[in-house]
Design a protein around this ligand. Structure first.
Ligand SMILES: [Zn+2]
Length: 136
């Protein structure tokens, strides 16, 4: 995923919503509607959902060299519900969907809500230090 600092203006990680009262558990990456969304690393499909606040979303699990699940990347507001089977292998850089406006996006700029978690069920961390952000 190509991310520049200017893409992140609308939504950094942390208590940045409602004057600091609400945690934003991912980052919002400004993107053109219809643009490709790619997996940040090798992994496999752990979950696909639609109809909730995140809209059409996909979660990719990532294993370490020992085969243990160490992180889960989550991609929300996709245009379509991804058609993968649960467990399907995903390669780093593989297209897993396209940028859309599903879920609770209202009048905000179109963006990909991206999360990095330490487990399937939660543990969201700030993904920016983990990603190679282009300084443009
Ligand atoms: Zn967001």
């Amino acid at each position: 995923m190509r991310i520049s600092e200017s893409n992140l203006d609308v939504g950094m990680f942390g208590p940045v919503r409602d004057g600091g009262r609400t945690m934003h558990r991912g980052v919002d990456i400004l993107a053109m509607r219809g643009g490709d969304v790619t997996s940040v690393d090798d992994g496999f499909v752990v979950d696909i959902q639609s109809g909730g606040a995140g809209g059409n979303l996909i979660k990719i699990g990532h294993r370490d060299v020992d085969g243990d699940l160490v992180s889960v990347s989550v991609y929300m507001h996709l245009a379509e519900k991804p058609g993968f089977a649960i467990g399907a292998p995903i390669a780093a850089g593989q297209v897993i969907g396209t940028v859309g406006r599903s879920g609770n996006i209202t009048d905000e700029a179109t963006h990909l809500h991206f999360e990095l978690r330490t487990s399937i069920y939660g543990g969201q961390i700030d993904p920016i230090p983990e990603l190679r952000v282009n300084h443009e």
